[in-house]
Write a protein that binds this ligand. Structure first.
Ligand SMILES: *[C@@H]1O[C@H](CO)[C@@H](O)[C@H](O)[C@H]1NC(C)=O
Length: 281
């Protein structure tokens, strides 16, 4: 190799390494509350939130995103986590906010967590779907992903899609696509409703409760006042993605075996008629 080629190669290799390295919590997130209960550890590779009787804790992304594929690995509060809620979501905040939610509702040791999901458009939610998981989410880290592009929002767990919210604007259903969102997460006490509808209270003798985060990865479009810039410029692969037939089969499998609540079948709650999007599911 002559020197020019070598230098060119090294430059390329360096750029590639930077682009391929996993997210760093110091770089990508700010701890927003909890007075020392949230910690970034191991040079930015690990983040932990904790909750005790005085307070919970939380963080948010430095960036605002407008579309993306966002992965995070979480390990939830172990043991008796009844009454605790770990929320992990995208939100634009405000009275007409858009929001895409994962919430993990704790339980007594050995009883199943509930994975609660919701989608808000223009400040309106009421689109809950809830699931049990096919593994113990407190034993290991698992990957929770949100794919958000102009066609659809897909929630996935370890690469398995569990929910899709399609863009049905042509049918008159609003879809989040004009407001940039940040990533938020928090761990707090919600023993007035979280576990068996509030029947099981938080056992404070087990505090502090801790949830852990690692391997954040966003292939996304970052929003700033000067416009939007996407992590891989020319039509990134996630941008036009929607569920293929394998994805559809997986989602049906999960929904059949693990879904415990679906707003689209709750005719009692929506006695005046189910939300419009339910007719096209
Ligand atoms: C907790 O366990 C009970 C009993 O198995 C179950 O009914 C409930 O759905 C579980 N999860 C939550 C968050 O309440």
């Amino acid at each position: 190799m002559n020197n020019k080629i070598l230098i060119g190669f090294l430059l390329f290799a360096t750029i590639f390494l930077v682009a391929a390295s996993a997210g760093n919590f110091n770089q990508d997130f700010d701890i927003t509350w909890g007075d020392g209960r949230a910690k970034i550890l191991g040079n930015g590779q690990l983040l932990t939130l904790s909750l005790d009787k005085t307070s919970g804790s939380g963080f948010r992304s430095k960036n605002e995103y407008l579309f993306g594929k966002i992965d995070m690995q979480l390990k939830l509060v172990a043991g008796n986590s009844a009454g605790t809620v770990t929320a992990y979501y995208l939100s634009s905040l405000g009275s007409t906010h858009d929001e895409i939610d994962f919430e993990f509702l704790g339980n007594l040791s050995g009883d199943p967590y509930i994975l609660h999901t919701n989608v808000f458009t223009q400040g309106k939610g009421n689109r809950e779907q809830q699931f049990y998981l096919w593994f113990d989410p407190t034993k290991d880290f698992h990957t929770y992903s949100i794919l958000w592009n102009p066609q659809s929002i897909i929630f996935s767990v370890d690469g398995t899609p569990i929910r899709e919210f399609k863009n049905l604007e042509s049918k008159g259903v609003s879809f989040p696509k004009n407001q940039a969102m940040r990533i938020y997460s928090s761990l707090w006490n919600a023993d007035d409703w979280a576990t068996r509808g509030g029947l099981v209270k938080t056992d404070w003798t087990k505090a502090p409760f801790t949830a852990s985060y690692r391997n954040f990865n966003a292939q996304a479009c970052t929003w700033t006042s000067s416009g939007s810039s996407c992590s891989s410029n020319n039509s990134p692969s996630w941008f036009g993605q929607s569920l293929d037939s394998t994805g559809q089969e997986r989602i049906h499998w999960v929904q059949k075996k693990y879904m415990i609540y679906n707003y689209c079948t709750d005719t009692k709650r929506f006695s005046q008629g189910l939300p419009l999007e339910c007719k096209f599911a």
